[in-house]
Design a protein around this ligand. Structure first.
Ligand code: PLP
Length: 509
């Protein structure tokens, strides 16, 4: 009470109602203010959609920096209306936001998102459930559990499997490597790494993945105390898949040099090429050498939605753990991802009982708690987005989206090849195409410079956004197609823009 009247005095002129209306609450004033605010925020987005036809405004870094240099957080404070703040936000952010929903955004692995999931976002952030324990989430726990079971079933794991929603593929991959590491230590050295830490031999642990697997594996290996050198990059074949003979050779080589193989990571949907490693064959190798097998299906996980393409994930059911990103190929807003393990007892490697949160007694009473399976404590109710999506749309409609983008990717690769001005490196297994502008094959032109110029010029212009990557040290361009609304004619227009910038480069150099 003392504090409230103190604040009251400080903010002279404000009534108590005016001061506290911002707090989300059942009080009539607050409820009305909430509803009005939400409407205004939605209106700002609708206006943004109306005014924005291109994926990017083309604003330069300098322009944006200057705008922020005029903002002093302490100076504003109370007094600004939501309307004013939203107006300011247009200038600072919305007008230049990168539109992942735009049909000509074909750069990174960002999908357009679904309205049922956006409606869920409002509920998620308003109710603000935290998923760690039953006493903070109640029915939310069962919504997440249902979706975990559904995904486990789609992966093809046995009944004793389990999973958890995570913040993204990077965190899910970390959990995969963490369980792989601790399972190995527990089996081999009969110690509990959770309590005892790592044995000295851990500096010689080795994890095998393809040379085009995601960088989060290296980053996570470092965070897990194994060092980036623990990651052995296995060369890929002409289809950008891990070659299993080379894999076996790499395992043998490491063993001969005194290192200790502990795990293999197969990728289902590589970031650059969308290629899928031969999962069944890798599973066999993992079994032969008694290694943990993790599948990074952050990108390819969405294939489980498609009756036509789900066969491409064959072998994932034989893995020990898997990553699936709902915020990539399930058309969900960031963040929404899952980590799945074949054997639910493996969760013991990370399980912890905190007396204030998930005591042993509560567990014995049968109260579910999700915190034991997660490396986070407070955790968003991201599951609700997928829940509302699937309850409203069903799996098959999402599967149709996947079929559409794969078909579009195949047509696009063909279109690029037929133009005769592009070198296309891969036939997309899902929806990523790596290529470069090379109008006069065989001549000694600097292809790296022209292709780097094209990507940069396109970003500065903003009419269409594409990505670039390097393959064997050479700069290439990349399309990642995740928008079922994008049509071949959009890609043809993008190819025209690429050619225009390429020709311009040659004229000026
Ligand atoms: C194959 C793969 N794995 C993992 C990740 C990391 O996922 P996130 O960005 O959700 O952490 C990515 C991201 O693009 C990816 O392509």
């Amino acid at each position: 009470m003392l504090q409230k009247s103190y604040a009251h005095q400080l903010l002279d002129g404000l009534t108590k109602d005016q001061l506290y209306k911002y707090i989300f609450s059942e009080l009539p004033e607050n409820k009305a203010y909430y509803q009005k605010s939400m409407n205004q925020a939605v209106n700002a987005i609708v206006e943004h959609l109306e005014n924005r036809n291109e994926p990017f405004s083309g604003a330069s870094l300098e322009e944006v920096k200057v705008r922020f240099s005029k903002i002093f957080i302490d100076d504003t404070g109370y007094g600004a209306t939501l309307h004013e703040v939203l107006d300011e936000l247009k200038e600072l952010y919305l007008n230049d936001a990168i539109s992942f929903h735009n049909r000509k955004y074909v750069a990174h692995l960002n999908c357009p998102i679904l309205t049922p999931a956006l409606a869920a976002e409002v509920i998620i952030s308003s109710i603000n459930t935290s998923m760690d324990t039953w006493d903070q989430s109640a029915g939310g726990t069962f919504i997440e559990l249902k979706l975990i079971d559904w995904t486990l079933n789609k992966i093809g794991y046995p009944v004793d499997s389990d999973g958890i929603f995570t913040s993204g593929g990077t965190q899910s991959n970390m959990m995969g490597l963490l369980l792989a590491r601790d399972h190995f230590i527990h089996q081999r050295y009969k110690i509990d790494p959770k309590v005892d830490g790592l044995p000295p031999e851990a500096t010689r642990f080795r994890i095998f993945c393809s040379e085009v697997s995601h960088f989060s594996l290296k980053k996570n290996a470092a965070l897990l105390g194994l060092g980036q050198k623990s990651i052995v990059s296995v060369p890929v074949n002409e289809y950008y898949q891990m070659d299993t003979h080379t894999l076996i050779h790499a395992i043998e080589k490491e063993r001969l040099s005194g290192n200790i193989p502990i795990a293999i990571v197969g990728t289902a949907g590589t970031t650059d090429f969308s290629s899928i490693d031969p999962l069944s064959d890798i599973a066999e190798v993992a079994e032969t050498y008694n290694l943990w097998f993790h599948v990074d299906a952050a990108y390819g996980g969405g294939l489980v939605l498609s009756d036509k393409h789900c066969y491409k994930l064959k072998g994932i059911e034989l893995s020990d753990s898997a990553t699936i990103d709902y915020h990539k190929t399930f058309f969900q807003p960031v963040s929404s991802s899952g980590f799945f393990m074949r054997n639910k007892t493996h969760v013991d490697y990370i399980k912890y009982h905190a007396d204030y949160l998930n005591s042993k007694e509560q567990e014995e009473e049968g109260l579910p708690n999700m915190v034991k399976k997660s490396i986070q404590t407070t955790r968003r109710f991201d599951a609700l987005k997928l829940w509302m999506t699937l309850r409203m749309m069903g799996r098959k409609k999402l599967g149709q989206y996947i079929d559409d983008i794969i078909y579009l990717a195949q047509q696009t690769a063909l279109m690029l090849r037929e133009r005769g001005k592009f070198e296309v490196l891969n036939q997309p297994e899902i929806s990523a195409i790596v290529f470069r502008y090379n109008p006069i094959p065989g001549t000694r032109i600097d292809l790296c410079s022209v292709n780097a110029h094209i990507r940069k010029a396109m970003f500065n212009e903003g009419k269409a956004l594409i990505a670039s990557t390097k393959v064997k040290g050479q700069v290439y361009l990349k399309f990642t197609l995740l928008n079922p609304l994008t049509e071949l004619k959009d890609l043809e227009e993008i190819a025209d823009i690429i050619q225009k910038h390429g020709e311009e480069y040659f004229r000026n150099n």
